[in-house]
Write a protein that binds this ligand. Structure first.
Ligand code: DLL
Length: 431
């Protein structure tokens, strides 16, 4: 089912006309209400924007701009109009604060209703929502979207995993929303409890909030027994529901009637053509409280405007391969954690639980990959550990062009999380 045929399937020309009209109005609005935009857009007259080709004339907005205007300085409405505040915690310093008017909350719920429909949800479904509730946008985002669509929402939040399994079983959950890593955790705990999670009525998973790969998708689909859809988003743009995969699982449809995407070269800022990987940038053209212009997400991916057989005409983004600030530089070589994940998951002897550790030995950076071996392998073929270690190391070294170390870990020895997984520990920073 398509939630909003009118807006998701309109012709590309019609959409561009709407986008340009909205963009012009937005520029006028933020110039008048946000001192930051009043300053950086001083030379821009909304009337000069004739097509989307004019977008690159506008300056970028960065996380640093939000930080400097902490907490509410980028809000484009008075506090009387704000009905919700969320925040995302960065790795350092103060959180990034985002606000919503009543209309923003309604828009967001609509975006999630689109996403859920793309993931095959229909009224009558039971949504087991295991994204964290709180300042994180995952829990409440999916919650309101589920209600908007008309599914029965179970506000599980994260944690208490055994109870989650019991409730999924007893309540007949048909949809599961959580991070990909937590989906695997649920499968693991179900197994420990002697519950066959694949035999539960769970049909679709709406997974996001952290990077994952095609190999991880296959793993989750098999272990949890459902079809796994990517949902992408970030608090600054609205939260989850900026884009979502349809039944073709071939790129996530971006709701570009509200969030106009561009992909740029992160070093030069130059806009890249379809298919080329770079940093994703969004311009919000309808939001009231926090309408950011050309916001740099730090997320690396590519987009395509090729039409999808599902009938939606919105552009699609690839899975996020990493963040510009995630990239590790090891002895001058760029390393993305997703490259390592792809290799690890091609080995059936290991589990999808791993940790990447970077340390400095003397003057040399050393990358160590810890990965759990599967319980079967651990029980029967422990004598072959040396060969397995060599095999994994060889594959990763040939992908990265860098010598590394691999440590095979006992089953279930790597810490599991409930929300966003932390897969990289860079000990060099504390030197
Ligand atoms: O993670 C919003 C969200 C909640 C998305 C639930 C999907 C599901 P933040 O906490 O602000 O918001 O973190 C945003 O998370 O810039 C990406 O780096 C990463 N991220 C989000 N979704 C995906 C995804 C939420 N599907 C940051 N794949 C983003 C890869 C993702 N990375």
């Amino acid at each position: 089912m398509i939630w909003d045929v009118r807006n998701e399937c309109m012709s590309v020309d019609e959409r561009e006309a709407i986008q340009v009209k909205r963009l012009r109005a937005m520029i006028g609005r933020v110039k008048a209400t946000v001192p930051f935009y009043h300053r950086v857009l001083a030379d821009i007259d909304p009337a000069d924007i004739e097509s989307l080709d004019d977008l690159p004339r506008l300056p970028f907005t960065t996380k640093e701009d939000l930080r400097q205007n902490y907490p509410y300085g980028m809000f484009a409405v008075p506090m009387e109009d704000v009905v919700r505040i969320h925040a995302s915690s960065g790795t350092t310093g103060k959180p990034t604060v985002v606000g919503y008017t009543r209309a923003d909350i309604a828009l967001w719920a609509d975006m999630i209703a689109r996403s859920l429909c793309q993931a095959d949800a229909i009224p009558g479904d039971i949504l087991h929502n295991a994204y964290g509730y709180g300042m994180f946008t995952g829990g409440l985002g999916l919650h309101y979207g589920g209600e908007r669509l008309g599914v029965a929402v179970l506000p599980m939040s994260g944690g208490n995993t055994k109870r989650q399994i019991m409730m999924a079983q007893d309540f007949g959950s048909t949809l599961l929303s959580c991070t990909p890593s937590y989906a695997l955790r649920l499968a693991e705990v179900a197994e420990e409890m002697g519950v066959d999670i694949t035999s539960l009525p769970l049909r679709s998973g709406i997974f996001g909030a952290e990077p994952w790969t095609e190999a991880m998708r296959t793993e989750i689909e098999q272990r949890v027994g459902l079809k796994a859809y990517n949902i992408y988003g970030l608090s600054e743009v609205t939260g989850p529901g900026v884009s979502n995969e349809c039944e073709y699982q071939n790129g996530s449809h971006i709701n570009d009637d509200h969030f106009i995407p561009e992909v740029i070269d992160p070093d030069t800022g130059e806009v890249l053509p379809d298919g080329e990987e770079g940093e994703l940038v969004f311009t919000c053209v309808t939001k009231e409280c926090l309408p950011l212009i050309r916001y740099r997400t730090s997320d690396m991916c590519s987009i395509t405007h090729d039409l999808c057989p599902c009938g939606r005409t919105t552009p699609r983004m690839s899975l996020v391969t990493g963040r510009t600030d995630d990239m590790l530089i090891i002895r001058g070589i760029n390393v993305y954690p997703s490259q390592i994940e792809q290799v690890l998951l091609s080995f059936e002897e290991v589990e999808p639980h791993y940790l990447i550790e970077v340390d400095r030995k003397g003057t040399l950076d050393q990358l160590t990959v810890q990965v759990e071996i599967s319980p079967d392998f651990f029980a029967d073929r422990v004598g072959e550990l040396e060969d397995l270690n060599r095999g994994i190391r060889g594959e990763i070294e040939s992908v990265l062009g860098l010598s590394i170390e691999v440590q095979l870990m006992e089953p279930k020895s790597i810490t599991r999380g409930e929300g966003k997984v932390q897969r990289v520990v860079d000990k060099r920073q504390t030197d």
